[in-house]
Design a protein around this ligand. Structure first.
Ligand code: SIN
Length: 354
């Protein structure tokens, strides 16, 4: 009698175990959507009105507009900010990064999607790429047409972004940007067109994958250090060091560089002509700035390519080169580098590795 009872209990346990296994096999991933505003949450008075207001709709409305997302993942939404991303601030970046790290530390969160304006989307993506402490997918998504526009691109972009965040293949790929059926790495991608939906491009490397109505296909991955392998940590930071950008041009006066010394900038990204070249009028001022401890990084206005070390500027001037980072991303890396060191050679190493 006791044997039969023991066998029955064992049988019940086995059935329970099988049920749990089957359930976990079919369980959907848990994805949190963090909303920050942008055109994806924008609205206009008419479907063909190009003059819309960004950051009008809340995260719940964005999720409700794409009910098909429920087939991909269990989704929860949170509103972190509701701004036009040209107004992005360090405070929002720090708040967002801390919340992303908090959520990803939970075993109940498998991935994160961040809805964002396209103006500074690449900057937020690269910032998070350097400070997120997890291999789990983090995907930024935006739209070029407002939610009320004819042929709005936001709903499909959001659907695709959730599918990328829910995909196991996205694990370890760093922070990703999904728009217009393409998956781009945060470090490489930039906005290339003011109005086209086909605007986000990785000019030096190309996209790392594609997503077609939720079907995710990767073809390559970023080899630079990021997320779980990054040394940068914002968990205890309340502010970031001030770093400014100077945009170079013919007949440059050098006055802007002088002003940046006066306002206490801790670092200057010089977006130079050609291969990161600097006008003589500016070079002397940047040397002065460098002698005062302000770090100078040479990037380029060109939009693609690699800035080489240069004997005259980097050796004599003690400048750093941004390599293939565009000026706005070089600014982010320098801000974070300055939270770790003021040694020029160590900062150059960060620019070589990240
Ligand atoms: C913004 O960046 O918030 C406005 C523009 C856009 O989202 O496309």
């Amino acid at each position: 009698m006791r044997k039969i009872l023991t066998r029955r209990i064992a049988m019940k346990k086995l059935v329970l175990l099988i049920c749990i296994l089957v359930a976990s096999l079919y369980a959907k991933p848990n994805v949190v959507i963090l909303a920050t505003g942008g055109t994806i949450a924008g609205s206009a008075s008419g479907a063909t009105n190009a003059q819309y207001d960004a950051a009008q709709l809340g995260v719940d409305i964005l999720i409700k507009a794409v009910p098909e997302i429920a087939n991909l993942a269990n989704v929860k939404g949170e509103q972190v900010a509701n701004i036009s991303s040209n107004n992005m601030t360090d405070e929002i970046w720090l708040k967002l990064a801390k919340r992303v790290n908090e959520l990803l530390a939970s075993k109940d969160v498998d991935g994160i999607v961040i809805t964002h304006g396209t103006d500074t989307l690449e900057e937020t993506a690269y910032f998070l790429n350097l400070v997120v402490k997890s291999d789990k997918p983090v995907v930024l998504v935006g739209a070029m047409r407002s939610a009320t526009s004819m042929s709005a691109d936001g709903p499909l972009n959001l659907y695709n972004a959730v599918s990328v965040a829910a995909s196991k293949e996205s694990i370890g790929n760093g922070v990703l940007v999904v728009l217009n059926d393409e998956i781009n790495a945060a470090r490489e991608v930039t906005k290339t067109n003011t109005s086209s939906v086909d605007t986000f491009k990785s000019r030096n490397t190309g996209a790392i994958g594609r997503v077609y109505y939720g079907k995710v296909v990767y073809s390559t991955k970023s080899l630079k250090k990021h997320t779980a392998n990054s040394v940068f940590d914002v968990s205890k930071l309340e502010a970031l060091p001030r770093v400014d950008i100077i945009y170079s041009h013919a007949n440059d006066y050098g006055d802007i560089a002088k002003h940046l010394i006066d306002v206490g900038s801790k670092g200057i990204i010089h977006a130079g002509t050609g291969n990161g070249s600097i006008h003589n009028n500016v070079f002397t001022v940047l040397q002065e700035a460098n002698a005062k401890g302000i770090k100078i990084v040479r990037s380029a206005i060109v939009g693609s390519g690699y800035v080489d070390s240069n004997k005259k500027m980097d050796d004599n001037g003690n400048f750093i080169t941004a390599r293939d980072l565009n000026p706005q991303k070089a600014r982010i890396l320098l801000m974070l580098a300055l939270t770790k060191t003021s040694d020029t050679k160590e900062i150059q190493k960060f620019f070589d590795e990240y």
